[in-house]
Design a binder for this molecule. Structure first.
Ligand code: ATP
Ligand code: MG
Length: 721
C-alpha cells in the first residue's frame, strides 16, 4: 500500500505522532506547528494503514467550520469519503447522541434546542410567573447562574445554598426553569453537554456500546475544553478495560483563551496524570509565519509566567518587519487599514487573504464603515454586524418610534423591553384592536388605554407608562443634535439600566455597543441635498447598512472577526486593530494577573494568525464608552523587541505636536488634523492626517459626501474654514 502521501508532507515529530501505534497521545505545540494537520493525517492513517473502521473514529473540533474543513482534508488524503465517522463540535456530538437515545436521556423524541436568546426569554417568563421583582432579579443574572451551574455539572438538587438568600432565590428560578424545560421538551446549550455526560454515566449499556465503538477519540484545541467536556471524554474513552479506547488530543496552553467561559487549561496539565502511559509529542517547527512574526509572537508570550514552555522556530526567511501604526483616531486607523488592504489587492492579492482582528465587537463599526466607503466587500465572522446586533436594534427601535409613532415593528420590539409589565396577552389585545379598527399599534394602544374596557387596569396602566415614555423621549430630544438625541434615548429608554444588570463580558459588550451607537450618530453626516432630518437620515442609513455590504459566500471578501473567533485560522495579511491599554488588554483584565495572562495569550493567538505580513495599529484618540479617550499603546506592543518592528509613518511629525515639540516643522499650508476645510470639487471635509513636506506633502481629508481621500497638499486648493 502506498502511504507516502500520508507521511511525506510531515516532519519527523509530526510523522511520529501520525504513525504511532494506538495509544493515548498528547501533542502539545505552539501555533502554526501543524497540530490540526497532524490530527487529519492521523485519522487518515488509522483508516488506511491501521485499517480501523470509520465507525471507530470520533473527532472533536472547536467550530462547525473546522469540522467541515477536517472532513475535507481527510477525504482528500483518502481520495474517498469515509461514512460512519463522527466529526463535530462538542455540542454537535452531544446533540447527536441525545437524538439517538432520547428515551434513555429522558427527553421527548422531538426535543428542541434553546439558543441563548430563547433561554433568556424563558428565564424571564419564569421570573415573572414566580412573582419575583424583575428589577431585583434580572433574567440575565439568573441565566448566567443556571449556565454556570450546568457547566459545573450541578443540578438544582445538588446546589448548596448555604442559607444564602440570593442563592435560595436563584435556585428556585433554576428549579422552575428545569421544570419548564422538561415540560416543553427543551434543551439549552449547557444542557446538551450535561445530559450527554449523564447519559453515558447512568447507562452502563450505552456506555459500553460507545466505548466499544469509539476506539479513537481525537480532540483539536484541547486547551479550551471545560470541566464537563473533559469529564465526558474521560467517560467515553474508559480506562483499563478491554473495550477502552484511545485519546489523541492536540493543544497549546499558550492559546487557551476561553477561561472566562469555564475552559480549564489544567486539563492539559492533568492529562498525563490521568493517562500516565500517554505519549507526549512536541512540535517545534512553525510552518505558518515568517521568522519575524514568529520571533515577535514568541517574545510576547514569553512574558507569561505559567506556561508549559516551548519555543518555535521556522525555516522561513525573516520577511517584513512587524508594522506598527499609530493613528490619530479610530477613523484614521480604519482608513489606514482599508488603504493597506487596497494596496494588497492592487498588487494582485485577494481580499480574503486579509483579516482584521479586534478585541471588542464594538470596534467593527468604524472598520465596517471604512470598508463600505471604499466599496470593499467584507464578512464579519462569529458575530453580527454592528447594526444587526440585538441591543442596537432595540435602541434603533426607540429612535424609530420617537421619529414615527406609526412604526409598528419598532413598537413590537420595545413595547416590553426593558420589561415593564406589558405581557404577551396585552400586546395581543392591542394587535387585535389595531386590526379591527385599522389603526397603528400606537393608536390602538392609546385608545385601549383610555377606554379601559378590554384591558385590565394593571395592563392599561403599564401600557400608559410606555406611551408616556415615548412621548417624553420625543419631548426630551427636541432641539438636540443628532448624537445628543441618541445619547438621550440611550440613557432614558431604560436600555442602559436594563443591560447593566446583566453579568459578564457579553453584557459589557452590549453596553459598549450602545455607546458606540452614539459615536456613530456623532460622525454621521446627513445628506443635505435630500433635505432629510438628521434623525431620519441616520435611521435609513442604519437600515441600509444592516442589509448590505456583507459579501456573498462566494465573493472575495475581507475577513473581520474578534480575536477569539480567529483561533485556528491563518491569513497572509493580518491587522490587529486597537492594540491599546484599556482595550487590549481589556481594562477589566489589566489589573488581575491571571486575566492579564489570558489577554496576552489572546494577543499571541492574534499575532500568530499572520503568515506573511502583520500590522498592529492603535489610536491616539478613541471614543470609548461615550468619551474621548487618549489611550497609550498596549504593553503588548512594548513587549516586541524593537529590532523586529517598524513604525509606519503615514503622516509627518505635524500630527503629533505634543510629543515632538520643538522639532515640529510648521504645518503644511496651515493645515492641521481636525481642521475643517473645503475643496473646490469634493466640498466640505475635515483634515485627518498630513504626510511629507514641501511639494511632496500629502493631506488626508474625510469629505462629508466623498469619504476619505489623500490629496497633494500643494495642488488640492483646499481652503481652511
Ligand atoms: P494553530 O495552533 O494556530 O491551530 P496548528 O498547530 O494547528 O496551528 P496547522 O494549522 O495545522 O497548525 O498548520 C499551520 C500551517 O502550516 C498550515 O498551513 C499547514 O498546512 C502548514 N504545515 C503544517 N505542517 C507542515 C509541514 N510538515 N510541511 C508543510 N506545511 C506544513
Ligand atoms: Mg490548529
Amino acid at each position: 500500500m502506498d502511504i507516502t502521501h500520508l507521511l511525506d508532507p510531515l516532519n519527523d515529530a509530526q510523522r511520529e505522532a501520525v504513525s504511532a501505534p494506538p495509544g493515548h497521545m498528547l501533542i502539545i505545540a505552539g501555533a502554526g506547528s501543524g497540530k490540526t494537520r497532524v490530527l487529519a493525517h492521523r485519522i487518515a492513517w488509522l483508516l488506511q494503514v491501521e485499517r480501523f473502521s470509520p465507525f471507530s473514529i470520533l473527532a472533536v473540533t472547536f467550530t462547525n467550520k473546522a469540522a467541515s474543513e477536517m472532513r475535507g482534508r481527510i477525504e482528500e488524503l483518502l481520495e474517498n469519503s469515509p461514512g460512519g465517522m463522527w466529526v463535530g463540535t462538542f455540542h454537535g456530538i452531544a446533540h447527536r447522541m441525545l437524538r439517538s437515545h432520547w428515551q434513555e436521556a429522558g427527553l421527548p423524541q422531538g426535543f428542541q434546542i434553546l439558543d441563548s436568546e430563547d433561554q433568556y426569554r424563558l428565564v424571564k417568563r419564569i421570573i415573572r410567573e414566580l412573582g419575583l421583582d424583575e428589577e431585583k432579579w434580572p433574567a440575565r443574572q439568573a441565566q448566567w447562574f443556571i449556565n454556570a451551574r450546568k457547566d459545573e455539572g450541578v443540578r438544582p438538587s445538588a446546589v448548596d445554598d448555604q442559607g444564602d438568600q440570593t442563592t435560595i432565590v436563584l435556585l428556585t428560578i433554576y428549579q422552575a426553569y428545569e421544570t419548564a424545560c422538561a415540560r416543553g421538551g427543551m434543551v439549552d446549550f449547557a444542557e446538551l453537554l450535561l445530559r450527554a455526560l449523564e447519559l453515558l454515566r447512568d447507562n452502563p449499556v450505552l456506555q459500553a456500546h460507545y466505548r466499544q465503538r469509539f476506539q479513537h477519540i481525537l480532540v483539536d484545541e484541547f486547551q479550551d475544553t471545560n470541566a464537563i467536556q473533559y469529564a465526558w471524554l474521560r467517560l467515553l474513552v474508559g480506562s483499563g478495560t478491554a473495550s477502552s479506547g484511545w485519546l489523541f488530543v492536540v493543544g497549546d496552553d499558550d492559546q487557551s483563551i476561553y477561561g472566562w467561559r469555564g475552559a480549564r487549561i489544567e486539563n492539559i496539565q492533568q492529562f498525563t496524570r490521568h493517562y500516565p502511559d500517554a505519549k507526549t509529542i512536541r512540535l517545534e517547527q512553525n510552518y505558518r509565519s515568517t521568522g519575524t512574526i514568529l520571533a515577535a509572537s514568541n517574545a510576547v508570550i514569553a512574558r507569561n509566567g505559567s506556561r508549559l514552555g516551548k519555543e518555535l522556530w521556522t525555516r522561513h526567511g525573516e520577511g517584513e518587519p512587524v508594522y506598527i501604526y499609530q493613528a490619530i483616531n479610530d477613523l484614521d486607523e480604519a482608513h489606514f487599514i482599508v488603504e493597506r488592504i487596497s494596496k494588497w489587492v492592487d498588487e494582485g492579492g485577494l481580499r480574503s487573504e486579509c483579516a482584521v482582528l479586534y478585541r471588542s465587537n464594538a470596534q467593527s463599526r468604524v472598520l465596517e464603515e471604512a470598508l463600505l466607503q471604499r466599496g470593499m466587500p467584507y464578512r464579519v465572522h462569529g458575530g453580527l454586524r454592528f447594526f444587526e446586533r440585538a441591543e442596537i436594534r432595540d435602541a434603533m427601535a426607540y429612535l424609530r418610534l420617537v421619529n414615527n409613532r406609526g412604526d409598528d415593528a419598532a413598537f413590537e420590539r420595545v413595547v416590553n423591553v426593558p420589561a415593564r409589565g406589558i405581557g404577551a396577552r396585552t400586546v395581543e389585545v392591542v394587535r387585535e384592536f389595531a386590526r379591527e379598527s385599522q389603526l397603528t399599534l400606537w393608536q390602538a394602544a392609546k385608545e385601549l388605554q383610555q377606554q379601559q374596557q378590554r384591558l385590565s387596569a394593571r395592563a392599561a396602566n403599564a401600557l400608559g407608562g410606555f406611551l408616556r415614555l415615548i412621548d417624553g423621549l420625543a419631548e426630551g430630544v427636541r432641539d438636540l443634535e443628532l448624537a445628543d438625541q441618541v445619547e438621550h434615548i440611550r440613557l432614558h429608554s431604560g436600555l442602559v439600566a436594563h443591560f447593566s444588570k446583566e453579568k459578564g463580558e457579553k453584557a459589557q459588550a452590549r453596553l459598549d455597543n450602545l455607546e458606540e451607537l452614539v459615536n456613530a450618530a456623532r460622525s454621521f453626516v446627513a445628506d443635505e441635498e435630500e433635505g432629510q432630518e438628521p434623525l431620519a437620515g441616520f435611521l435609513s442609513h442604519a437600515a441600509l447598512e444592516a442589509g448590505e455590504g456583507q459579501g456573498d459566500a462566494w465573493e472575495d471578501c475581507v475577513q473581520l472577526m474578534t480575536l477569539h473567533a480567529a483561533k485556528g485560522l491563518e491569513f497572509p495579511l493580518v491587522f490587529l486593530a486597537g492594540v491599546e491599554e484599556g482595550l487590549f488588554p481589556h481594562r477589566m483584565s489589566a489589573e488581575d494577573p491571571v486575566r492579564l495572562e489570558e489577554e496576552r495569550r489572546l494577543c499571541y493567538v492574534g499575532m500568530t494568525r499572520a503568515m506573511r505580513v502583520l500590522y498592529l495599529t492603535f489610536a491616539e484618540r478613541r471614543r470609548l464608552h461615550g468619551k474621548d479617550t487618549y489611550p497609550r499603546a498596549s504593553r503588548f506592543i512594548g513587549e516586541i523587541p524593537r529590532g523586529l518592528v517598524q513604525e509606519v509613518r503615514m503622516r509627518g511629525a505635524v500630527s503629533r505636536p505634543s510629543t515632538v515639540v520643538g522639532t515640529t516643522p510648521p504645518p503644511q499650508g496651515g493645515l492641521n488634523p481636525g481642521q475643517p476645510v473645503r475643496h473646490p470639487i469634493f466640498g466640505a471635509g475635515v483634515v485627518l492626517a498630513l504626510e511629507g513636506e514641501g511639494a511632496q506633502a500629502r493631506v488626508q481629508v474625510n469629505f462629508e459626501t466623498g469619504g476619505c481621500k489623500w490629496l497633494m497638499a500643494s495642488l488640492a486648493g483646499l481652503q481652511s474654514l
